[in-house]
Design a binder for this molecule. Structure first.
Ligand code: HEM
Length: 519
């Protein structure tokens, strides 16, 4: 065990024995400490958990490649985090580990392939067009030529509708304020359950791995704290709706074929499988809750950050609008009316803006893991230990908790160039954009994770974001407001915009929106 220790790895001092760096990491804007520490200590930093526990914060590309793409199920999710996730998502993909995960993924994966997502494009286009119609109404009803729009609120409702219809053939009616109980339940669920963590909650999470799973499970199933009670209510409601949807889709198997939503495809795939692979009823309901939670606020907040970047960079906005209009003219000239999957994929500047936003604004800025055995992480940058040894391989003990720093990796100048900290879509149009592939399922980025546990919905999210960007940038111009100038990146499971002087508003990003001038 002597050789498998991280005690000799340099890192910042902690001022709190009880909370280590966990509280600092939770209250600082996302990524700030990661970048400071990376600049000082390099791609592997020793940080403190609760009660003096040693952990690591890792952004070294070779180590990340090993963790995500080589180790397979040898590196696991932290068990207490899986148990906490069970409360909101049940025993679905986010919770599952090892063979159970492999089996679930095999059944669920095919519904997220490229042809399946291609078929969903008209749904995303329609949801984006509905949002446009609403904003035009607001602008027309206003004396000024522009209105101030709270982006996460509007994009949240539009993307909830999109995932409802494309994911389950279920209409939340969120854009139309239909007061659907499930929509209200999921609206801001993350802020309710993960926002403004107290020191007590951080300490609880820090030591949760020492609490037996059965006790943790009991707290979740019977606890009285408002976050836990609310999460149980949401679960009950979502399970009931999932039950009805699965029943309806199972019935539809014998009659009307042809539904292409993710859940219908899953029900169909499950039906055709032999019983060893089968998802049971509980797993099917969990799958719906998992996709709702994993696919909704991630997408809407990523889009909110994209529009902030566009408002800050008017020339990027203009360039993108020109590309969209040229493509629109093409589509009309060939007798079409809508953007298709291949239109979106043949718009280099759109892709550059999308990727640059995913690089600068990864909403899952930390991905947490644990070693399941004594292990060795290879390093790209040799590291000098506290005792003066120079190492190119890091021996880590079994049970070590560590965090991969997505922002640290995304802003590594040795990969992305000296201007790695700046939003610059043009980098994706240059040859240097073909950087040596390191890790990630999309664009060499870790925004969607990588390896066996990579985001199952990344194609879904990319296509959906393309549809919203194209529709909204074609129709509107976006500019900054005083509040938007003070936006900071708060951590609420995902990274969300919060206005410094208006914290009480929660997730909030007001931008000025006016009709785009015709060409
Ligand atoms: C911009 C939008 C999105 C981002 C940034 C994102 C990010 C991520 C990341 C980083 C992971 C890996 C977590 C880990 O390794 O611990 C993940 C997993 C997952 N995501 Fe996404 N996601 C997005 C959209 C979606 C959508 C639209 C869906 C479904 C419709 C979805 C479903 C899932 C599921 C089910 C998992 C768990 C996969 C597994 O463990 O096998 N995500 N996502």
């Amino acid at each position: 065990r002597k050789h498998y220790s991280v005690k000799d790895i340099p890192g910042p001092r902690s001022n709190s024995y009880i909370l280590g760096h966990l509280y600092d990491l939770a209250i600082h804007p996302a990524g700030v400490l990661d970048l400071q520490w990376k600049a000082k200590y390099g791609g592997v930093v020793r940080i403190k958990g609760c009660l003096g526990e040693d952990r690591l914060l890792i952004s070294d590309p070779k180590a990340l490649h090993y963790i995500f793409n080589v180790s397979g199920y040898g590196i696991i999710k932290q068990p207490f985090r899986r148990e906490l996730s069970r409360l909101l998502t049940g025993r679905g993909l986010i919770w599952a580990e090892g063979d159970t995960h492999r089996r679930q993924r095999k059944v669920a994966g095919p519904a997220f392939g490229a042809p399946e997502i291609k078929a969903l494009i008209p749904i995303y286009n329609k949801c984006a067009a509905q949002l446009t119609a609403k904003w035009i109404e607001l602008i027309n009803g206003n004396q000024e030529p522009s209105v101030v729009i709270d982006f996460p609120n509007w994009l949240g409702r539009a993307t909830l509708d999109a995932i409802g219809i494309a994911g389950f053939d279920y209409d939340f009616g969120a854009l139309n304020d239909s007061r659907n109980p499930l929509a209200s339940a999921y609206n801001n669920i993350l802020q309710l359950t993960h926002g403004h963590p107290s020191k007590g909650r951080i300490f609880f999470q820090g030591i949760a791995s020492y609490i037996p799973m059965s006790v943790l499970g009991f707290i979740q199933d019977h606890g009285r704290s408002s976050a836990v009670v609310e999460a149980r209510k949401v679960t009950e409601l979502a399970n009931k709706i999932a039950q009805d949807l699965v029943a309806e889709k199972t019935k539809a198997l014998d009659t009307a074929k042809g539904k292409r939503d993710i859940m219908s495809l899953l029900v169909e795939a499950n039906h055709n499988l032999d019983s060893r692979l089968h998802l049971n009823a509980d797993e099917m309901y969990s799958h719906m809750r998992t996709n709702l939670l994993a696919g909704y606020e991630t997408t809407s907040n990523t889009l909110s950050w994209a529009f902030l970047e566009l408002a800050r960079n008017p020339s990027v906005q203009t360039h993108l609008r020109q590309e969209i209009r040229a493509h629109r003219a093409d589509i009309i000239s060939r007798g079409g009316s809508e953007f298709t999957f291949s239109d979106y994929d043949n718009m280099p500047y759109l892709l550059a803006v999308l990727k640059e936003n995913l690089r600068m604004n990864p909403v899952a800025h930390h991905i947490h893991r644990e070693t399941s055995k004594d292990d060795a992480f290879p390093l790209r940058e040799p590291l000098t230990t506290l005792s003066g040894k120079r190492i190119t391989e890091l021996h880590v003990p079994r049970g070590l908790k560590f965090t991969t720093s997505v922002i640290g990796y995304h802003q590594d100048p040795s990969i992305w160039g000296e201007d790695a900290g700046i939003f610059n879509p043009d980098r994706w149009l240059q040859d240097t954009a073909k950087v040596i592939p390191t890790t990630g399922v999309y664009a060499n980025l870790l925004t969607f994770g990588s390896g066996v546990r990579a985001c199952i919905g990344w194609r879904f999210a990319v296509a959906e974001m393309q549809a919203f960007l194209v529709e909204l940038v074609e129709n509107f111009e976006f500019s900054m407001t005083d509040s938007a100038e003070q936006v900071r990146r708060d951590i609420c499971l995902v990274v969300v915009p919060v206005v410094e002087a208006e914290v009480e508003k929660g997730i909030y990003l007001p931008l000025k929106v006016s009709l785009a001038e015709p060409e």
